[in-house]
Design a protein around this ligand. Sequence first.
Ligand code: AMP
Length: 215
Amino acid sequence: MNIILFGPPGAGKGTQGELVAERLDLVRLSTGDLLREARTEGTELGQKAQRYMDAGELVPDSVILGIVREVMEAQSHRAGFIFDGFPRTETQAAGLADMLDEVGTALDAVVVLDVADETLVRRLAGRLSCAKCGAVYNRHFEPPREEGKCDVCGSALVQRPDDREETVRRRLEVYREQTAPVLDWYEGAGVAIHHIPGDRPIDAVQADLTALLSA
Ligand code: AMP
């Protein structure tokens, strides 16, 4: 099974993708996570991606398709993939279709998490994570017990550079202009598209998503 988890930044794709990948034994492939790892490691790829990411712009398609191909080749023995934050352009969607075709498989569905813009801004601009253990908090919805400190390990909480409010607004614009049209591309390609309201508690969204993908 190969699924795309689609939706604007802050829709909950990462959280939902991790849970559902575990449940259905899929490999979650998040291009955002891969780029952040490369950046932390200071690789050439990471350095190249950084200025796009910090500005809220898309990293070039050729770079993205290269890293996706690498991961897919390394994981080809597994059951299937759940793509998170990829594809973000029509070129990436076409590239993914080719890569799946090469290994004799195809996309089963696109699942869109729909969330209102104001909620996205509050979720992203309020997001904080632990620099050490990765635990995620939100200033508005899920604050840590002690300001700026991780409940789990006591380390300092940090904000992703691209979660600053002006960058968040740019990321939402980029989503509308460049990424949302990818849905039309899939519609034209005859791929099933399902919408799930993402403006609800994590468990409720997860229940709908699991039910949909198990069906
Ligand atoms: P994300 O964590 O998915 O919101 O991604 C964070 C940032 O990484 C984005 O704002 C882009 O700069 C970059 N990025 C992640 N995935 C892609 C992609 N598929 N295409 C282009 N840029 C991406």
